[in-house]
Write a protein that binds this ligand. Structure first.
Ligand SMILES: [Zn+2]
Length: 114
C-alpha cells in the first residue's frame, strides 16, 4: 500500500498502452492507458465521461449523427509524458489530446484502483 501524499520517484512510459510508476516507498504500479484516458481529469473529458468514442455531436443534442474524429486506438495510445511543476504530469495521447493534468494524489488514487 502506497502511503498517502507519496511522490513518484520514477514515471516511465513502457509502451503505448502502459505507464509504470515507482513510488517513493519502492512500490511499483503499472497503469493502463485505458484507465488513464478514461479517467482523464481535464474538464472536457469529465464532461464527456462515459462516452468512450470521444465523439462530438456536430448539431443538436438530439441528432443521431455522431462525428468520430479519432479511433479508439488512437485515443488510448500513450505518446508522451511530461512533468508539470513538481506536483503532476501531463500525458499526450495519439489523438492529439493533452490537456489532462494528473496530480500525484490523483495518480495514487488510480494506482489503488488497479
Ligand atoms: Zn481529457
Amino acid at each position: 500500500m502506497v502511503p498517502l501524499n507519496s511522490k513518484p520517484t520514477e514515471i516511465k512510459r513502457l509502451n503505448e498502452a502502459s505507464l509504470r510508476i515507482t513510488w517513493e516507498n519502492g512500490e511499483i504500479v503499472t497503469l493502463s492507458s485505458k484507465t488513464l484516458r478514461e479517467l482523464c481529469p481535464c474538464a472536457l473529458c469529465k464532461e464527456q465521461r462515459g462516452d468512450t468514442t470521444h465523439s462530438k455531436p456536430l448539431t443538436s443534442k438530439h441528432s443521431k449523427l455522431k462525428i468520430v474524429e479519432h479511433t479508439k486506438d488512437e485515443s488510448l495510445s500513450l505518446q508522451s509524458v511530461s512533468a508539470v511543476g513538481t506536483y503532476a504530469i501531463s500525458i499526450a495521447w495519439g489523438d492529439g489530446h493533452s490537456t489532462g493534468i494528473y496530480t500525484y494524489p490523483y495518480l495514487l488514487e488510480l494506482s489503488k484502483q488497479t
